[in-house]
Design a protein around this ligand. Structure first.
Ligand SMILES: Nc1ncnc2c1ncn2[C@@H]1O[C@H](COP(=O)(O)OP(=O)(O)OP(=O)(O)O)[C@@H](O)[C@H]1O
Ligand SMILES: [Mg+2]
Length: 435
């Protein structure tokens, strides 16, 4: 386990008492702490040092726009917003600003130390559950913000959640988000893909079984429901669950208890259930392949995540998030992206949704050469793109190369011939990697 000395924190608050208090509380616990009274000072200091975590007062006098927050986030700092009024709106706003979490005034020093621990040690990978609360969930569009707002309201209740949406829209991501932000965060998150487990094994996988209860049951086995304890059970691809198991699941949900296969032992069900599906449950119900009563049980709160093409405001934030992630992961901090590529990806249909983007960005960064900013063609996509866009830049690139060759690489003459300023030509040459 790393010691707290390994992490450096930044406190940004204009109130001196608050600033000194926080500084003292955190440094007494072993953290390295720097503080700043203004957004400008914070930005200056964050250029000189990389902070693991920053606590920023939402009401800083010079915190105009979101610059400081996005700068910090880009530097890999987890940002905690401090606010006097924590409401769902504040939470959503903080999320929108890219905050990892928020803290409401007044708070105990213990709270802030616990939060710093969670963010720092979660980040170093020392915590087994991995994902940082709030970290890594991009939700810039109005529809995603609504979803996050709804989920926050029911976060700590027992009410079952049903997440629907096309493949790759982020159903599992949201399920993990709800778990990690809820009071159950320290308990297990147990994910079961109902489509990946053979139907005749799924029941014992979920509920466990007694030794000798069926051929091959050589020992008593604890089921996933029992293993989840008071954590979260994520039932992925619920539409693929067979009829008899649907009945048993319904009973378990109604009685908040279940019995392992071949056992008379009754085990209480204390976990929160989150089910997800990318199949059309309404159609399955009509075809009598899915029980209507189970559907009603599961959809305590139902959320439908729109496909990425219907929330285009998320495309650019997701793009920069994944670029940052893979620049860091593959140690290629210098990878740049052309405006053409951004425009191209912004107009693409994304049939594979966020997962498709994540994979496309990962391979583009991995295969990129440092000297060459990413072009539309560097992104390997599943579906047909809007062909006019890459063609346009390709034509432009070809035209520039041709004129440059013709003029013996004389930029002044070439720019006149191309009808653009020298500066524009220079920029385009850089963007298209024309040497
Ligand atoms: N809003 C988001 N912000 C950041 N990453 C996201 C977001 N949504 C999805 N992702 C990432 O995209 C990938 C696909 O998401 P996820 O596995 O949650 O999709 P899914 O809806 O469960 O898909 P499927 O139905 O195919 O299982 C994951 O790697 C996830 O981390
Ligand atoms: Mg999934």
């Amino acid at each position: 386990m790393l010691s707290r000395r390994a992490f450096s924190l930044l406190i940004v608050d204009d109130e001196e008492g608050m600033r000194l208090g926080l500084e003292k509380a955190l440094s007494l616990e072993g953290y390295r702490v720097t503080s700043a009274a203004t957004g400008a000072e914070a930005r200056r200091k964050s250029r000189g040092e990389k902070f693991d975590c920053a606590f920023v007062d939402l009401r800083l006098p010079d915190l105009i726009g979101t610059d400081l927050l996005s700068d910090l986030r880009e530097a890999g700092t987890a940002v905690v917003i401090i606010t006097a009024f924590a409401t769902v709106d504040t939470a959503v706003r903080a999320m929108k600003l890219g905050a990892a979490d928020y803290l409401q005034k007044p708070f105990d020093n213990q709270d802030i130390v616990a939060l710093a621990d969670r963010l720092c040690f979660g980040r170093s990978g020392a915590r087994p559950s991995g994902a940082l609360p709030g970290e890594g969930l991009v939700a810039a569009s109005a529809s995603m913000q609504n979803i996050v707002g709804t989920l926050r309201k029911v976060m700590d209740s027992e009410i079952p959640l049903l997440l629907q949406g096309e493949s790759g829209t982020g159903k599992e991501m949201l399920a993990r988000f709800v778990h990690s932000q809820s009071a159950r965060a320290a308990r297990p998150f147990v994910a079961i893909n109902c489509a990946a487990i053979p139907p005749d094994l799924l029941e014992s996988e979920l509920f466990g079984h007694e030794k000798g209860s069926f051929t091959g049951a050589h020992a008593t086995v604890t089921g996933r429901f029992e293993a989840a304890g008071a954590g979260t059970i994520f039932l992925d691809e619920i539409g693929d669950m067979g009829a008899s198991l649907q009945t048993k699941l319904l009973r378990a949900l109604e009685e908040r208890a279940f019995e392992p296969v071949g056992s008379t032992r009754t085990i209480p069900l204390s976990a929160r259930i989150i089910a997800s599906t990318n199949s059309d449950l309404a159609a399955l119900i009509r075809e009598k392949k899915f029980r209507l009563d189970l559907y009603y049980r599961l959809k305590g709160v139902a959320v439908t995540i729109p496909p990425l093409r219907e929330r285009r405001e998320d495309i650019e934030p997701l793009l920069s998030f994944f670029l940052d992630t893979y620049r860091q992961r593959y140690n290629k901090p210098g990878v740049e992206i052309t405006r053409e590529a951004v425009r191209f990806l912004g107009s693409y249909q994304w049939p594979g949704n966020v997962r498709e983007m994540k994979n496309a960005v990962e391979s583009a960064v991995l295969l990129s050469e440092q000297s060459h900013p990413l072009l539309p063609r560097d992104f390997l996509l599943e579906g047909p793109g809007d062909a006019s866009l890459p063609e346009l830049w390709q034509l432009e690139r070809e035209a520039i190369v041709e004129v440059l060759k013709k003029t013996g690489y004389n930029r002044s003459v070439a720019s006149r011939e191309l009808g653009m300023s020298r500066k524009t030509l220079y920029n385009k040459m850089k963007r298209y990697s024309i040497k």
